[in-house]
Design a binder for this molecule. Sequence first.
Ligand SMILES: [Zn+2]
Length: 110
Amino acid sequence: MTEARTPCINPRCRRTGPADEFPGEMICGRCFRTLPEATRKEHRRYWREIKKWDRRIGRTADVLKTSRMRAIRNRLSDQLNRHWDTYIKAPFLAPEKPEGLDAFLEEVGL
Ligand SMILES: [Zn+2]
């Protein structure tokens, strides 16, 4: 029986993670470290905030309060997803600039 694996989002990277731990998408530690410091910080900040709200929701018995907290938590989760797509995933999926393009543009006067 083969264990399900989730591939790293970097198409040029062959690493994978266990699918039960990383459902959907994942980035391996090595590729994550190639991202700018500000991007990594922001990513970790979203995760910290989300976990903080999860803990608060778990400790609260008041239904009205938990539904308000859940709304905040969901908004953070949306922000995390947008940040993931734009700043973490997109740079790896962007096609590399073709070589010699600058020289060509210079030649045609752009
Ligand atoms: Zn990777």
